[in-house]
Design a protein around this ligand. Sequence first.
Ligand SMILES: Nc1ncnc2c1ncn2[C@@H]1O[C@H](COP(=O)(O)OP(=O)(O)O)[C@@H](O)[C@H]1O
Ligand SMILES: [Mg+2]
Length: 480
Amino acid sequence: MKKLTIILATGVTDSLKNLKIALENQGYGILQAKDGPAAIDLYDQAKPDLAILDLSLPKISGLEVLRILKKKCHRLPVMVVTNHVSTNTAIETMKLGAYDYITQPFEIAKMLDIINTAISPDIEGERRIAINPNTFAQGSFEADTIIGNSREMLEIYKMVGQVAQSDAPVLIQGESGTGKELIARAIFNHSLRSKKQFLAINCAAIPEQLLESELFGHEKGSFTGAVTKKIGKFEQCDGGTIFLDEIGDMALSAQSKVLRVLQDQVFERVGGHESIKVNVRLVAATNKSLVQAVKEGSFRVDLFYRLKVISLFLPPLRERPEDITLLADYFLLKYRHKLRKEINGIAHSTIMRLTQYEWPGNIRELENVVQSAIVLCKGDVILPEHLPIGEMMEKKKRPMAVVPAEEKNYAEMFEDILVSIVDYLINQDVDDIAGRLTDGLEEAMIKLTLQRVNNNQVKASKMLGISRNTLRSKIEKFNL
Ligand SMILES: Nc1ncnc2c1ncn2[C@@H]1O[C@H](COP(=O)(O)OP(=O)(O)O)[C@@H](O)[C@H]1O
Ligand SMILES: [Mg+2]
């Protein structure tokens, strides 16, 4: 194994001489820098495994060097050493992602301990890279947090900032799992409407006949099943933002109603005559090519032009490998507590595998993979063998199973979805995989169908193709 190297940036005073000797005795290669620029140069040349910075470096301060090094490589553990205790600098230092902040005088043994935990090799000879939770700002594990430093993502952030405050419709394009809904929420959160509602509707998940009434509401008796008057999403969302996900799957008649709202801000409920005025901002997303849909006649060209005035394209994950590392670390920190595992980091070889993979399911898939890896991991570092799907890395470019599923081979689709779950259950040594999975599938299927028909049991049993009695007993069984 290659010798681990450490940059020791101490300034002119050589205050860390004893530490240097101790580290050399432990077999580390030490590169000494006398000022800030030298430390940065050394980093560029030697790509060390760890850096120790004195805060009061000449020319460029230790804090600034820390910022620059973390920007070059967020996984580099950087220890900051200072003579002067100050809460403010301590906070600032940790916020910038330092691995630790140590005040002098310190015990050499303790310091060695900290350094060894940060970079020592583990049993498999794998280099361990401990992640510092402070890499990600406080409170950044909320659902709305967007992670990504790639050039592509910076462009997206800029666009979000530019368009958020206007009322113009926005079209977000990108493969499944690239974060379209997350970006839609970011646009809303930064808009002047952020105190009002954000309503998301997945056009692909709602049957064609129901979507219009879902969006625009209906009058009592307007169609069989319309037993009461219903207020639609556009009306509920007055003053707010509506997110039409998978708009490429919307039927033409609903498209013309949406176009009318965009043009005149009015619509009628299904079966109604009264024109209703609303002030709603529209954000739409699709993973299909709308250009193609327009060509095929399944998408209105006038609606397409209106929507695409402001359009964002979210790049697939495989085109921004630097974000894969960052996101993997982020998801590890986000889920390790929830899953009650004390895992310190992800091995380099694992990161290599992750960056080589094509990620057809993009960030959603990466999030799932990291969660499974946490579950499967037995030690404190995630190794390639903990990746949930053995052959995952060989299976390139296989699209994830997504709705709509009419023309799909269901077995293949479920295989995609279930592979990591089955692996997990096998790993847990359970003896009722069939029972658990079939029960789960049945419950999910019934729950979803009921939701889609507003808990109308007659309708649901018909759609599911089971008798009302069977449905009732299932509802009871699953406590729906
Ligand atoms: N840049 C990102 N940073 C952190 N999490 C992300 C990011 N992009 C997507 N995610 C997560 O990945 C999952 C899929 O995102 P979503 O917005 O639903 O994708 P899409 O709508 O494009 O299919 C969600 O759990 C979301 O929180
Ligand atoms: Mg989505």
